[in-house]
Structure formats: structure tokens, C-alpha cells
Design a protein. Structure first.
Length: 360
């Protein structure tokens, strides 16, 4: 309802402005072209101040309304640094924005055309051009330098104690693989991929390291406070691993693994309390249009304590075990053997014993 009311106000303001402009045009025709020009200048100068004031109020209102509500608090160590870089960028560009916009609209009002003023001819000034070229260049170089530093940290070598998770995108869901007790990923080959045989990643069963690898879909489990390195792949087209809460984003390219690492700072339960949302879940989304079902390519990330992760992992079966169980032929009873003979004999013996006891 509030959106409709706001739209109605904007529409009414446009209609009023249009009617004022038309009325001033008719008045100008009656008064003459010169007086009409002077009146239009005054009206436009006044509207410049109005737009300046309303624009600044709108900027403040939007900031007050949406601050902290779009992305929320960063849930990773790298995410906090990225937010800090973002605030610095907004601060620098914000100062420039306010100075330039106020001067732009004020000059348009203050120095509007009049018969008593002659424009000052000022075509060129080397000193001013040097200043407004060098200063922005230095500022942008510093900002880009911070960005590159954080980027190299995110994509660089992870700590030695970091856990590793392989993330594979396919149309239209996510597949996660964890190394087994040997802490080594088994080999895989794309020609071995078979959803029918439950080998979604094409693992090579000849490699013993693949026998204890755990493969799950759509939900990734991480340990709070422990660095995690993501090894990102794609099974078909280009996808993009987007984790807004952690401020992480990396392309998933077929045949070219990419890596990022970060440290989760809050468990899922803690974030539910922080956000006041009992339904909060960390999300992993595809940030690259990858087909008709792109909108549905969404997974969940559960950040838990180390004890909870150990319990979850203990319940998971290696992909090799699942595949081998599915290939085992169903057991069949031995021909000629009566499976009811033993229970019947036991029942007969019990009945005989009771009769003997009663006779005694």
C-alpha cells in the first residue's frame, strides 16, 4: 500500500510540474519572448534547488531505510575486510558526490542568465586539470590496491589446517565432496560420470583414495572458526559459486578448477539469533545465468561446531560403499531348504516339554 501511495505522489508531482510548465508557456506567449525566457530561467533555477534538496533527502532516507538490511553482517573473516573496503569506497565517493552535486545545482541556480551579468571566459587551466586528474588517479589506485590485496588473500594458499571441500555445479544443483580418513581426494574422470550408477562426479574406483570420499548434494557442512578451502568445478556449463553472507564469489568453469578459502565466524544457530530470523540459512547460489532452471540452483550451508560436524560425518556413507551396495545381487534362499523347518521344530519341542511338565 505504501508503494502505491508513493507512486501516486510522484505521478501527481509530475502532473503538477507539467501543468506549471504549460501555463508558463502560455503566459510567455502573452508577455513576449524575452519575458518568457527570464521567467523560465527563474523557474528552472528554483527547480534545481528543489531537486537538490529532495535528492539529498532521498539519499538519506534510502540509507536509513536499507542500512544493514541488504546483506547483513559479514559471516567470514574475509567478508569483514571486504565490507571495510566497501565502506571506505562509499565514504570517499560519497564526499565527492555531495560536493559535486551541491555545487552543480547551486551554480545552476546562483548563476542563471540575467541581462546584468556577462559570462566569464575560462577555457583552459593546466593546474586545475592536473589536480582533478592526479587526485582521482591516486585515490582509485589506493582502492584498487586494497582490492587486489584482498583478492590475492582469498584466492591464495589456504592455511595448512584448513579443511577441503570440493564444490561441483551442474544444471541445476550443487554437489559436495569431502575427503575420507586419508584426507586425500580420489581421482576422477569425466567419462565415468553417471547419475544412473550414483557416480555423479565420475570417481575412479581403481584409486583407493576414492573409496572413502563422501559425496552429498545441496547441503554443505562447515566448521565454525576453521578455515575451509573450496575447490570449485563444473560438470556442464559455467556456473558461479555465490555466498553472499560470506562475501565470497567464484566462477565454476568446466575443466578448470578454481579455489577460494575463508573462515566462517558464526554458526547457523548463532546467525538465526543475530538476524532474529528463525528460518535463516546460509545460502549458496549460482550467480551466473546457466539455463532455464538457473533460478532454482540454490543450496544450503550449515555452519556447525566441530563436535556436530564429526557426528554428521559419522552418519555419512562413502560414495564407493553406496555404489557397491547397489551393485550387489539380491540374496536368494538355498534351493530345497525349508526356512520354516527350524522354527517349527523349536515350537514342537517347546510344546512337548510343556506337556511332559503338566503330566508330571
Amino acid at each position: 500500500m505504501s508503494s502505491i501511495f508513493l507512486f501516486a505522489i510522484l505521478l501527481l508531482g509530475f502532473v503538477i510540474t507539467f501543468q506549471i510548465a504549460k501555463a508558463s508557456e502560455y503566459v510567455g506567449i502573452l508577455k513576449g519572448e524575452k519575458k518568457n525566457l527570464e521567467q523560465n530561467n527563474r523557474i528552472n533555477g528554483f527547480l534545481m534547488i528543489v531537486f537538490l534538496v529532495l535528492g539529498l533527502i532521498g539519499v538519506w532516507w534510502c540509507n536509513d531505510l536499507f542500512k544493514g538490511r541488504i546483506l547483513g553482517e559479514a559471516a567470514s573473516d574475509h567478508g569483514q575486510k571486504i565490507d571495510q573496503m566497501l565502506y571506505i569506497t562509499i565514504g570517499i565517493t560519497g564526499v565527492v558526490f555531495f560536493i559535486t552535486q551541491i555545487l552543480l545545482f547551486w551554480f545552476s541556480f546562483r548563476y542563471q542568465h540575467t541581462e546584468n551579468r556577462k559570462a566569464y571566459y575560462f577555457p583552459h587551466n593546466n593546474k586545475l586539470e592536473l589536480i582533478w586528474t592526479v587526485v582521482p588517479a591516486i585515490a582509485l589506485t589506493v582502492l584498487v590496491g586494497f582490492g587486489l590485496m584482498y583478492w590475492f588473500q582469498i584466492t591464495g594458499d589456504a592455511p595448512k589446517n584448513a579443511m577441503e571441500v570440493e564444490v561441483t555445479g551442474k544444471q541445476f544443483n550443487w554437489i559436495f565432496r569431502y575427503p575420507g580418513k586419508d584426507n586425500v581426494f580420489g581421482k576422477k574422470y569425466y567419462r565415468n560420470i553417471s547419475d544412473k550408477d550414483n557416480n555423479m562426479l565420475g570417481l575412479l574406483w581403481d584409486d583407493e583414495h576414492s573409496h572413502d570420499d563422501i559425496v552429498v548434494s545441496n547441503t554443505m557442512y562447515l566448521i565454525v572458526g576453521k578455515p575451509v578451502k573450496l575447490i570449485i568445478n563444473s560438470r556442464d556449463v559455467i556456473h558461479d559459486v555465490g555466498m553472499a553472507a560470506f562475501r565470497m564469489k567464484m566462477d565454476a568453469v568446466p575443466g578448470m578448477p578454481t579455489t577460494i578459502w575463508f573462515t566462517p565466524l558464526f554458526t547457523t544457530v548463532e546467525m538465526k539469533k543475530k538476524t532474529g530470523d528463525p528460518d535463516f540459512e546460509y545460502e549458496i547460489s549460482c550467480d551466473q545465468i546457466c539455463g532455464r532452471g538457473h533460478y532454482s540452483m540454490r543450496g544450503e550451508i550449515q555452519v556447525v561446531t566441530e563436535e556436530e560436524f564429526i557426528l554428521w560425518r559419522a552418519k555419512q556413507q562413502p560414495n564407493y560403499t553406496e555404489v557397491m551396495k547397489a551393485k550387489e545381487p539380491p540374496s536368494t534362499p538355498v534351493a530345497g531348504k525349508d526356512s520354516t523347518a527350524a522354527p517349527a521344530a523349536k515350537l514342537k519341542l517347546n510344546t512337548t516339554s510343556k506337556l511332559v511338565a503338566q503330566t508330571k
